[in-house]
Design a protein around this ligand. Structure first.
Ligand code: NDP
Length: 444
């Protein structure tokens, strides 16, 4: 039994019933074998045992009163996974599916993603099984205030800096920050994704989508290509999708299809993004409405068939597991050249295998969507310096970061003999820096 296999076996025994955490740990550790084999000193230092065990797990109750006067109780979590290279950093997710296993899986992934940005941020994740859907503003505020009334004692601008994630947007970040400031009497960068009027950063909203396109453009440049004239599909029509579409179009791509959770629009003349923005960002209506406003576009109920449209570039930017094996095979058959993940885990394991066996370049989420957290780290830098950078300044830094990540994962894959395997490249490049810092710190 190899060192990696032994650690995985012990991890499953010591953390029973945490299936998402087992899955993420297995995927990550197996791709790290070449690095582990090259560093026998890691086993002696029990590095992997420490890497997969969070530094601290905080679990607490979150009591609050709903609009009918009933007392509700939710579970709150913050997993402070690894601070070897910087303060814990990672989002808060409010969703009924949240449990310790989900938060640990996301936290483990976050360590590597944050390391890849090249910025000094460690890995953490948190949240609650609270469901914000259908709650009044007052209920959301009551919940956020109660959540922060416990969380405040565990976080800080130099300790742990949470951000938003699913179910935690600008409104929730505002309420959480307001309560932190009130209890601590400190106006500091303790949360990112803040509003521009109280310490937020320009380009944070656009960062994940823009970053995704910057990295893909770099992969193209290395192959003597560009977005110019490339038929592109961007799935989703939320924050990541809209800004991925915007930047891809700016670079000359012809984006022909997008969707929301009901169905997709196909516009052979190229999507008019201002119409999509008006429908999704302003009116919060359904994307189907697009066909009433743009001639020549068609709407198809259901999402999956979007991947049957022939394209050069696929940018899945909606949700997990949106590309399965069958869709991946269709994309490859139709000649897709680049697949870059804007969403977290949008391709199933089987789909990834299909892409990796094909000629297509596959850029995994951990690297390709790191522009969001990278810009959060830029928000932290502005907060500590009491500065406010221009949009051009933040955008230029973001672009640089994404280009660097691409080259780091490319180099790491090559170094270990897996040229072009960016799944391995991303895991290895992210891990090497964290491992190095952990070894330097001694047994802690
Ligand atoms: P939004 O909520 O803004 O948008 C999500 C989009 O996906 C919406 O258009 C939504 O449709 C659609 N969608 C959701 N579920 C499904 C489904 N089951 N089938 C089809 N479409 C679906 O989220 P974001 O754009 O912020 O995030 C998208 C993904 O990117 C997530 O995986 C997130 O974790 C990841 N991510 C986001 C970052 C960020 O900075 N925002 C950073 C890194 C990763 P509808 O309009 O109908 O709800």
């Amino acid at each position: 039994m190899t060192y990696v296999e032994r650690v995985l076996e012990e991890l499953k025994q010591n953390n029973p019933n945490e299936k998402e955490f087992h899955q993420a740990a297995t995927e990550i550790l197996l791709t790290l074998e070449p690095v582990i084999n090259a560093h026998p000193e890691y086993e002696k230092a029990a590095l992997l045992e420490r890497f997969t065990e969070p530094e601290r797990v905080i679990m607490f109750r979150v009591p609050w009163v709903d609009d009918k006067g009933n007392v509700q109780v939710n579970k709150g979590y913050r997993v402070q996974f690894n601070s070897a290279i910087g303060p814990y950093k990672g989002g808060l997710r409010f969703h009924p599916s949240v449990n310790l296993s989900v938060i640990k899986f996301l936290g483990l992934e976050q360590i590597l993603k944050n390391s890849l940005t090249g910025l000094p941020i460690g890995g953490g994740k948190g949240g609650s099984n609270f469901d914000p859907k259908g709650k009044s503003d007052r209920e959301i505020m009551a919940f956020c205030q109660s959540f922060m009334t416990e969380l405040f004692r565990h976080i800080g601008a130099d300790t742990d800096v949470p951000a938003g994630d699913i179910g935690v947007g600008a409104r929730e970040v505002g309420y959480l920050f307001g309560q932190y400031k009130r209890i601590r009497d400190e106006h500091v960068g303790v949360l990112t994704g803040r509003g521009l009027s109280y310490g937020g950063s320009l380009i944070r909203k656009e960062a994940t989508g823009y970053g995704l396109v910057y990295m893909t453009a770099e992969a193209m440049k290395e192959r003597g290509e560009s977005f110019e004239g490339k038929t592109t599909i961007v799935s989703g029509s939320g924050n990541v999708a809209i800004y991925a579409c915007e930047k891809a179009q700016e670079l000359g791509a012809k984006v022909v299809a997008m969707y929301d959770s009901n169905g997709y629009i196909y516009d052979p003349n190229g999507i008019q993004l201002d119409v999509v923005k008006q429908i999704k960002e302003v009116e919060r209506a359904r994307i189907k409405e697009y066909t009433n406003r743009v001639q020549g576009a068609k709407y198809v109920e259901g999402c999956k068939n979007i991947w049957s449209i022939p394209c050069d570039v696929a940018l899945p930017c909606a949700t997990q597991n949106e590309i399965d094996e069958e869709s991946a095979k269709l994309l490859v058959k139709n000649g897709v050249k680049y697949v870059a993940e804007g969403a977290n885990m949008p391709s199933t394991l089987e789909a990834i295998e299909v892409f990796q066996k094909s000629e297509a370049v596959f850029l995994p989420a951990k690297a390709a969507n790191a522009g969001g957290v990278a810009t959060s780290a830029l928000e932290m830098a502005q907060s500590s310096g009491r500065l406010f950078w221009s949009a051009e300044e933040v955008d230029a830094k973001l672009k640089n970061i994404m280009i660097n990540i691409y080259h780091n994962i490319d180099d790491a894959a090559k170094k270990y003999g897996f040229d072009g395997n960016y799944v391995m490249g991303a895991n290895i490049a992210g891990f090497e820096k964290v491992a190095d810092a952990m070894m330097a710190h001694g047994i802690v």
